[in-house]
Design a protein around this ligand. Structure first.
Ligand code: NAD
Length: 432
């Protein structure tokens, strides 16, 4: 199948590489010239486990190309996937649709044969109708269908999730378009449930899923607060809850709040959409407010640990919003660092993959360490903000020798509390 993908970011690039690996002819389009130049030169533009290898393999096989030209990617394509950003509107916090609208309008004039336009971006309910109208207006003769093909990949596991999705949701209003998508995903037949639904239902499934997961995280964080006061241990409580198959054990890790490019913006967009439809979604609103407060609480927990120290130095382990990615968008670590900076804290940070991205955001406001040990040099508190697996096995004896004062605030419950205490640390985890 000939596939054009508009938007070569965290969704578009793994999707393009994955589709090429399945044997399709893929053209990835992006309006950012520097990104396309890098990709054309064989340089991958984001970190995802296993992506670089597949990227190189498929370039070599001639199955994937990169361009800034909409014409090159769209004309003659059987399928065009829209994977551009839908960031929160700065004022209303609804999904800002300017990139979707631009992509739909720009692609329209290059449609030559019957083409399915699939929206993978997370978009408000009814967007399929709008995309359809924009294309028709620009190119009344175009033969096309618009489908919703929501993306559920997890950053950090994008390649794994591309080849092993929990489900494939297709919102198609015509049989012809549904058949083309079924054909595309033939290699997954028998392995993955394919759910064909109304286009508006598919658009809603994505928001409903993300909001549900955000609420689950918010819930376990509130339960962790309760455990801290009541003397229970949240790790034991979460384990006991998770053994109930109706609840499930995932997304029950308490932490510094949810982040990333999806949950914060999707919960706000869902809340906005609900209000527009006259529905008050109190649970989602509570998760949004609680999550914002959570990051402030974590920052103050770190400051509290060094409140009696003159000119304290804070060591931060982890800046990405989660392990396995260099993405710092809406990372709780970034918000926590920003709050610490408001209190004039002196910060040194380390992240295994996100240093460059973090530097582009935080600039010279903090110092950057070269590894997870040197970050602790002369520090008064070590704050663990991202759950990178290598932090789990950090040598606390070595860290203890480097630090000026031995305090650990473990916002991810990564370390063993007893080991930390035995190494003479004052240790505070979450909910235990
Ligand atoms: P991103 O910002 O990493 O990538 C978007 C890309 O689109 C950018 O490179 C940008 O230059 C390009 N672009 C914008 N307008 C364009 C145009 N008119 N023509 C060509 N290129 C254009 O965004 P992302 O994280 O990949 O997210 C894309 C969408 O997928 C969002 O709606 C997001 O909510 C959704 N989503 C993201 C994830 C995730 O884990 N990141 C998961 C599921 C769904």
């Amino acid at each position: 199948m000939k596939i054009g993908i508009i938007g070569t970011g965290y969704v578009g690039l793994p999707t393009g590489v994955g589709m090429a690996e399945l044997g399709n002819e893929v053209v990835c389009i992006d309006r950012e010239q520097s990104k396309i130049d890098a990709l054309k030169a064989g340089k991958i533009t984001l970190y995802e486990d296993g992506l670089e290898e597949l990227f190189n393999k498929n370039i070599k096989a001639g199955r994937i190309k990169f361009t800034t030209s909409m014409k090159e990617g769209v004309s003659n394509a059987d399928l065009v996937i829209i994977a551009v950003g839908t960031p929160p509107h700065p004022v209303t916090h609804e999904a800002d649709m300017k990139y979707i609208h631009a992509a739909a309008t720009e692609l329209a004039e290059h449609l030559t044969n019957y083409t399915v336009i699939a929206t993978k971006s997370t978009v408000p309910v009814g967007t399929g109708d709008v995309v359809e109208q924009l294309i028709k207006k620009k190119n009344p003769k175009a033969q096309f269908d618009v489908v919703s093909l929501p993306e559920f990949l997890r950053e950090g596991y994008a390649v794994h999730d591309f080849f092993n999705p929990d489900r494939i949701v297709v919102g198609a209003n015509t049989e012809r378009a549904a058949n083309l998508i079924a054909d595309l995903y033939k290699p997954f037949k028998g392995k993955t449930e394919m759910l064909f639904v109304k286009r508006r239902s598919a658009e809603t499934i994505k928001y409903a899923s993300n909001a549900f997961l955000a609420i689950k995280i918010h819930y376990i964080n509130e339960m962790a607060n309760f455990c801290e006061k009541s003397g229970a241990d949240i790790t034991e409580v979460a384990k006991g809850m998770g053994l109930d198959s109706r609840i499930g054990n995932r997304f029950l890790n308490p932490g510094p709040g949810y982040g990333g490019s999806c949950f914060p913006k999707d919960t706000m967009a869902m809340s906005y959409m609900a209000r527009q439809n006259g529905v008050d979604m109190t649970l989602i609103n509570s998760a949004i407010n609680g999550n914002n407060a959570r990051k402030q609480q974590m920052a103050h927990r770190i400051l509290e640990a060094v409140k009696d120290i003159k000119d304290p130095k804070i060591a931060v382990l982890g800046l990405a919003f989660k392990e396995g990615t260099d993405d710092c968008r809406e990372s709780p670590a970034m918000d926590i660092v920003a709050e610490l900076l408001k209190h004039k804290a002196k910060i040194t940070a380390f992240d295994p993959k996100a240093m460059d991205v973090a530097k582009s955001i935080l600039g010279n406001n903090i110092e950057y360490a070269r590894d997870m040990y040197s970050v602790a040099d002369g520090a008064d508190v070590l704050a663990i903000l991202t759950e990178w697996p290598e932090f789990k096995t950090i040598d606390l004896g070595k860290i203890a020798l480097l630090m000026r004062n031995r305090n650990i605030i473990d916002c991810r419950n990564l370390l063993d509390k007893q080991t930390a205490i035995l190494a003479n640390f004052k240790y505070k985890g979450i909910g235990r």
